[in-house]
Design a protein around this ligand. Structure first.
Ligand SMILES: [Zn+2]
Length: 303
């Protein structure tokens, strides 16, 4: 595979070029980008790597505070996981040979190894076990990141040595912001999970830890189809909880819990009906008693 090594960052733009992640930082962190005085600054003028220790040099039009500081912390968190080389210019390299030069035999060798190397594959989201066919891949990847403890909550940033003004939950201010609190025990989450429980007419809905969100144990439905749809609901709900947290941090308008539940219901309805080839959900059944469809479709052998 070809990988871009930005070296010391002498010829790659910090905000404008795509060098870490899927989008340029100007798009991933638009709020903090607005405060940048030199939009076309090079990486080497913002980050330097000496003795395996990163130093950041910023130049803001106004000093980031509160919400913009939160976005900056997330940016620093991502960069701190990157390894910079000491090359003076960037280069694309083929990372599958010792000399970084492409040859076709290394590609076929790589493909064979990849098929056989279950250990390696298990560290990446797997299409069959980590992604749900009814919902957008980004939500599956979000759940996978949560399971790997890779979301930038304040406790995680603090562990990375990033100095934050406060570590409490930005939503309820009732506890330290761990991932467990953020997705499960925050007062806001309890409200959302309780509404999901009532919607699905469950006696109880208990999530004890973040990995249970990913595994989705004790599904209330029996068919494979029903289990997959229930998993989609749990994953989408946790994704909305995380999105709401980010909206709170970054200062945009928040949706109320009833509106979030309505969004979860309508989005899932839309996605499932779009991707389910063998049948379709009825809106009223979906809203009034979503477990109902499972019995119907199990009887006729669908799913
Ligand atoms: Zn909270």
């Amino acid at each position: 595979m070809f990988v871009k090594d930005v070296g010391i960052g002498a010829d790659t733009h910090f905000w404008i070029d795509k060098w870490l992640g899927d989008v340029p930082f100007k798009d991933a962190f638009p709020i903090i980008f607005r405060l940048e005085t030199t939009k076309g600054v090079l990486i080497m003028n913002r980050v330097t790597n000496a003795s395996s220790s990163l130093t950041f040099t910023w130049n803001w039009s106004t000093e980031p505070r509160r919400r913009t500081a939160d976005e900056l912390n997330s940016l620093i968190y991502i960069i701190s996981g990157h390894t910079f080389s000491d090359n003076t210019s960037s280069k694309w390299s083929w990372k599958l040979t010792a000399n970084d030069i492409f040859c076709s035999s290394s590609l076929s060798q790589f493909l064979n190894l990849q098929a056989a190397d279950n250990m390696r594959m298990s560290s990446l989201p797997s299409l069959t076990t980590d992604l749900n066919p009814f919902i957008p891949q980004k939500i599956g990847i979000f759940v996978w990141r949560a399971k790997q403890d890779k979301l930038p909550v304040r406790m995680a940033l603090d562990k990375k040595g990033i100095d934050l003004h406060f570590l409490r939950c930005p939503v309820c201010d009732g506890d330290l912001e761990s991932l467990h609190h953020t997705l499960i025990t925050c007062n806001f989450d309890k409200d959302i999970w309780e509404r999901i429980r009532k919607w699905w007419k469950l006696d109880h809905l208990s999530l004890n830890n973040v990995s249970e969100i990913a595994k989705c144990p004790n599904p209330p439905l029996s068919s494979n189809l029903g289990i997959t749809i229930w998993q989609a609901i749990v994953w989408v709900s946790s994704y909305y909880i995380w999105s709401h947290r980010n909206v709170r941090v970054f200062g945009n308008n928040c949706l109320s819990p009833p509106k979030i539940i309505a969004e979860i219901q309508s989005k899932c309805y839309e996605w499932i009906n779009c991707l389910w080839k063998k049948g379709s959900l009825k809106w009223l059944t979906w809203i009034m008693n979503p477990k109902c469809f499972d019995a119907t479709y199990s009887r006729v052998g669908v799913g």
